[in-house]
Design a protein around this ligand. Structure first.
Ligand SMILES: Cc1cc2nc3c(=O)[nH]c(=O)nc-3n(C[C@H](O)[C@H](O)[C@H](O)COP(=O)(O)OP(=O)(O)OC[C@H]3O[C@@H](n4cnc5c(N)ncnc54)[C@H](O)[C@@H]3O)c2cc1C
Length: 295
């Protein structure tokens, strides 16, 4: 049996994640969503994803710059696989010059057809490299998997690899999305047993559309519990019902995670503000909600 109040760390930070969009319209949509989320006053930073093998490199730079201009503290993601030290240093020098203070460092996945892992086979190597080259210049977050990484040899091996990555100099971990609060609680406790005392922030995926959620879950190995899957399948032609059910499921998850002492939440916004804001409102968080109910 594992205990509650697992985290034992004071930092409470909420954050949002965006992906770098394509085209002027995509950027306009991103900035509108970002402005709504910013007005609620809940988030310490926004992170911006980085496509496999650097496929979104320039768009990630552009999104980071636009969000910084809009007043966000930004944490660009950077994946190491398929890359080398010189290329990574070039990107990080650019971020350092731009005043970026936070990074989310990942192994990433090789694009299909690419076999050369380059100089960073695992995220731990990237964290080690960044700490050696930049010292404490950057706050570093890494990925965690309460339901374990799909390629892990075993749960124990994944936990050991996670602990090594944290020991290499990560300040924080952000989890893959999940719907089973007990998996998170158990993972945190097992990590603590292995000497990980940094915050492990749950990654939260608001549910709005079943087919998209199922696609993401299949890609990253997150489990959608059968009762959620079956209920959502029955709501496929009822988008309002789907949203209401999805909001209820994720709200209850957030409540349980708070009870477990989660040190914040990281919302996978998919560049949409409303699903995240609806959850924030139900949690009784956020400021400056206008008379029309909008942030
Ligand atoms: C919060 C979050 C943000 C993400 N953002 C992005 C993004 O922007 N771009 C993107 O492409 N992907 C992103 N991903 C996905 C991530 O890149 C993939 O899940 C990838 O497969 C693993 O990355 P990692 O950093 O967790 O890898 P690692 O920590 O390196 O782990 C990968 C696998 O290798 C194993 N392992 C680790 N170290 C060792 C070792 N020394 N020896 C043997 N095995 C080892 C682990 O157990 C695990 O199975 C994100 C994931 C999360 C949770």
């Amino acid at each position: 049996m594992w205990s509650f109040g697992l985290q034992g760390c004071a930092e409470v930070e909420w954050s949002v994640e965006f992906f770098p969009p394509q085209g002027a319209e995509g950027f306009a949509k991103l900035m509108t969503a970002a402005a709504s989320l910013q007005r609620c006053g809940c988030f310490a930073f926004a992170s911006v994803t980085y496509g496999a093998g650097g496929s979104t490199r320039e768009r990630t730079f552009a999104a980071v710059a636009r969000l910084q201009e809009a007043g966000w503290e930004v944490a660009p993601h950077l994946s190491g696989i398929g890359s080398d030290r010189a290329a990574v240093a070039e990107i990080l020098d650019r971020y350092a010059m731009a005043g970026v203070r936070r990074l989310v460092l990942l192994r990433g996945d090789l694009p299909s057809g690419v076999v050369d892992p380059g100089e960073f086979r695992y995220a731990v190597e990237l964290v080690t490299f960044v700490r050696a080259r930049y010292g404490d210049r950057f706050w570093i977050a890494v990925a965690a998997y309460p339901e374990y990484h799909p390629q892990a040899r075993s749960a124990a091996a994944d936990l050991e690899a996670f602990a090594a990555k944290m020991a290499a100099g990560a300040d924080c971990a952000i989890t893959q999305f999940f719907f089973n609060a007990d998996a998170y609680a158990y993972f945190v406790e097992e990590a603590r047993r292995r000497g990980v005392f940094q915050p492990i922030v749950p990654g939260i995926m608001p549910i709005t559309c079943f087919s998209r959620l199922a696609r993401f879950a299949d890609q990253c190995g997150a489990e959608i519990p059968r009762w959620i899957r079956r209920t959502m399948e029955g709501l496929e032609n009822d988008s309002k019902g789907m949203r209401a059910f999805g909001e209820e499921v994720v709200f209850r998850l957030l409540e349980r995670l708070r009870m477990f002492g989660a040190p914040g939440f990281h919302f996978y916004t998919l560049n949409q503000a409303e699903p995240t804001l609806a959850l924030i409102q139900r949690l009784g968080m956020g400021e400056r909600r206008g008379d029309n109910g909008l942030f």
